[in-house]
Design a protein around this ligand. Sequence first.
Ligand code: ACO
Length: 400
Amino acid sequence: SIDIKPLLSETGLTTFDPGFGNTASCRSDITYIDGDAGILRYRGYPIEQLATQSSFVEVCYLLIHGELPTSDQLAAFNDELRRHSAVPSGLRLLVDTCPGSGHPMASLSIAASGLAAFHTDNADPEDPDQVETATAQLIAQLPKVAARLYRNSTGKESISSDLSLGYVENFLHMLFGDEDFDQETKELYARAMNLLLILHADHELNCSTATVRVVGSSGANLFASVSAGINALSGPLHGGANQAVLEMLTEIERDGGDVDRFIAKVKDKSSETRLMGFGHRVYKNFDPRSKEIKKLATQILERHGRDDKLFELALKLEEIALNDPYFVDRKLYPNVDFYTGLIYRALGFPSNMFTVLFAIGRLPGWIAHWREQHAESNPRIARPRQLYTGPAKRDYPGHG
Ligand code: ACO
């Protein structure tokens, strides 16, 4: 039995909404999603236009400041990122101490909250100048940490940044600077990375962004809130799904590539197996990001001229699922994570780096939401209610 008294408190009727599927917890001007029509817009701009015509830094500015930058504003923002790009030596040491066998998402979250410990003069959430600096430090320094984690985990020497390059090109340089890529490959990789970062940049109140807002609502600083967002993203039902998809495809291949058998296992409710990279809380038609990503995956894999067995398996899975009543009735379609892992793998990333790349893309979204929340005149601390189902009052038996 449930005591309903607390549900009828002086603040009104409390709703029971596990997973917050029908609860709006804020007003926001940042991102618009129409899940039935498969529409995603940042500040009103369709994602398809931004993904193919814009740059990730421009999208960062748009999400955070609300408008596209003029060319002067964009140049100033790029300068700001360069000025704040030096990772404190103590933080580099901290990252290097994390064992290469550990998951890089754990190290990335250490680095994000570590920024507050090392940049002690930029962690005050109430000081707008400090927030501006913290914003630039996160966007400029976390890709450097990510590249360092990749190099450490693969036993390679880290590569210093080259600030004469653009943001995405510099990120790729820190990751793969010692690889002998021709100019065409470099350009393709830069285009791919730019597009992927943009497509991941925001997605309204997903689990990690909601986490950033919940943590930020207590007055916690931007670094602490983003670090919490990174941890929320790491789970396999959220950002960790890109790694889980690749592991799923690898397992299917190892088992002889029997896609029908795998789908039967997914449909068998007692197996608790999910088709990773499928389904979404909001999209009930298609995920517009996955369409762009599938196009990119096809281009990248064709360019590699690779007979990619896992890509073929993914295409087969998609085809079967889109025609199977189990998935059709539940409106389950490929989400952003279904094809990204195949692209990252083709670019040379180990699977445990996939979610780190998602996190770098999601940074401007997390920051924009944290700032929007802090700009509210009277923000309320996030504090959901519960339905208590434990024992009624009982007396402690004592020791006599
Ligand atoms: N494979 C098989 N069945 C699924 C899947 C899936 N991927 N997703 C949902 N279902 C089924 C559920 O079992 C449930 O079936 P039932 O009605 O018979 O019980 C029904 O569809 C509804 O599923 P919910 O879990 O209630 O949907 P919810 O909105 O809570 O979850 C989520 C959304 C977490 C994305 C889910 O679809 C899922 O687990 N997908 C796989 C993991 C994944 O790809 N996550 C990435 C999402 S995108 C992102 O976060 C970046």
